[in-house]
Ligand binder design. Structure first.
Ligand SMILES: [Zn+2]
Length: 145
């Protein structure tokens, strides 16, 4: 929609994943039925409240869900989980649009889990993050450290 507003000649302005709505930033990265299924799985994996009422601005700006019980490092992790999720969803959509790669929600979640682990482990600076705990109960890291 943003490119269309700026006069670029596009083939269409509907979501390339679902074709149910216009391809806005909020739709593409949050509310598309395929994407919202990924977010729902990510939030359940983290044992967090659903994010369905948040916009892209809220997800990018401050950590969503209740962060009161989180440590300083935990809040940082949770914010990065949201940012990494947005980045990876955007990347997977581009793979679908430009290289015709299939969108597969369970595979998307697995890739997000692995990439988040890689990124957050690298930023943990000496703090140990265990892969199996990461997969089964990652929210434990929100109050540790
Ligand atoms: Zn869509």
């Amino acid at each position: 929609m943003e490119l269309d507003k700026r006069g670029l000649d596009l083939h269409g302005v509907r979501c390339p994943l679902c074709d149910d709505d216009l391809e806005t930033v909020d739709h593409s990265l949050i509310f598309c039925k395929h994407v919202i299924d990924v977010w729902d799985r990510v939030y359940k994996w983290w044992n967090m409240d659903s994010f369905f009422n948040y916009s892209i601005i809220e997800i990018c700006g401050t950590p969503v869900s209740n962060t009161n019980s989180m440590s300083k490092f935990g809040k940082k992790i949770w914010q990065e989980v949201n940012w990494i999720g947005l980045y990876l969803i955007w990347k997977k959509q581009n793979a679908k649009v430009f290289r015709n790669k299939c969108w597969n929600t369970p595979v998307a979640l697995n890739e997000i889990q692995a990439k988040m682990f890689e990124w957050i482990s690298a930023r943990a600076k000496g703090k140990s993050i265990d892969w199996l705990t990461w997969l089964s109960n990652p929210s434990i890291y929100l109050s540790l450290f």
